[in-house]
Ligand binder design. Structure first.
Ligand code: ASP
Length: 325
């Protein structure tokens, strides 16, 4: 048999590479969150980091890269080394940014590897504690009377709070004044303080504030009520006269395109273990989130789901005439 030096060299390289990937991860893995610390995405990422530590047998850290509705952080992960050590925890914004931003430095779905969906949950419509309204009918009237005098806080174009607010305004056929933040953690501080009036916020960040009576709640955005005892009497917007209103916010885990298959397989296995971890499930359920247990924990199904969401939201965004340069 004739064996060329070149083929021996290539075989040697392949062996060395698989040995390297066999040891993955041999240093801390970073989960990058494209929004401010203390907000819903950050909370989810920190809980997930904790649940991934055991199956990965490695330290898992969370880092925040904020701005431009989350697109700065996403771009950072798209450009990160494709070695499995920098991952992205991101929500529905992954699917909506391509329709909202005319100039985006990354492509969805092409620039990412899909590791599985993490959770989904409705959002809730909340106001500052001093808002002069106490139920959804009163809130609707207040919006109709005050219009753009009402400030609607959100986490930037394409964020969950922005999309949900957009849906609410187009359903009610009313415009509010949009106030963008770098995440809903700082927006929540201003809502509690009364500097802004309203927000459509994910359950993960809203539930503790509602339970602490720091904000008023008017309805949830999914087809089911938020599944926590403190919100069981809060109707969905669909129940309150906006039939079909349905905004569910999901989060997924991503790696840069080109991450070696052996590394992706290890990360997906670790994610599956984390999503079955009873402590993780308990923590997420306490803030109204459902942990994914269906086929969307498969990378191919996760990608398919993101593609379907891109189509669904592109229409909503186009109808609303929203975009950023
Ligand atoms: N996920 C964002 C955050 O963590 C909020 C949003 O998208 O509305 O701040």
């Amino acid at each position: 048999m004739k064996v060329s030096i070149k083929s021996l060299f290539i075989a040697g390289l392949a062996c060395a590479a698989s040995a390297v990937w066999a040891e993955f991860p041999d240093k801390p893995v970073v989960l990058l969150v494209p929004y401010a610390a203390g907000g819903p995405s950050d909370k989810i990422a920190r809980d997930l980091a904790e649940a991934l530590r055991k199956p990965l047998n490695q330290t898992v850290l969370v880092d925040n890269a904020v701005g431009a509705g989350g697109t700065i952080g996403v771009a950072k992960v798209a450009r990160a080394p494709a070695d499995g050590y920098t991952l992205l925890v991101h929500h529905i914004g992954m699917a909506t940014a391509p329709a909202l931003y005319r100039k985006l430095s990354y492509k969805v779905p092409e620039d990412f590897e899909y590791l599985g969906l993490i959770n989904e949950a409705p959002s809730v419509v909340i106001t500052k504690p001093t808002a002069p309204v106490n139920n959804f009918a009163e809130l609707r009237k207040w919006i109709a009377d005050q219009g753009t005098k009402i400030n609607l806080a959100h986490a930037g174009l394409g964020s969950a709070s922005h999309l949900c607010g957009l849906m609410l305004q187009s359903t009610l056929k009313q415009n509010l004044t949009s106030v963008p933040y770098k995440g809903t953690a700082p927006a929540m501080t201003d809502l509690i303080g009364g500097q802004v009036d309203m927000m459509c916020e994910q359950a993960a960040n809203a539930v503790p504030q509602i339970e602490g009576k720091k904000v008023k709640v008017f309805g949830s955005t999914g087809l089911q009520r938020v599944n926590v005892p403190s919100l069981k009497d809060v109707p969905t917007l669909a129940e309150s006269g906006l039939p079909g209103f349905n905004v569910q916010i999901w989060h997924g885990l991503y790696a840069p395109k080109g991450t070696p298959p052996a590394v992706l397989a290890k990360l997906n296995t670790a994610l599956r273990a984390a999503l079955k971890d009873p402590d993780f499930i308990k923590r997420e359920e306490a803030i109204g989130l459902s942990v994914i247990s269906d086929k969307r924990i498969e990378p191919a199904e996760h990608r398919k789901f993101v593609e379907a969401e891109m189509v669904r939201w592109a229409k909503v965004i186009k109808d609303a005439g929203e975009y950023a340069d």
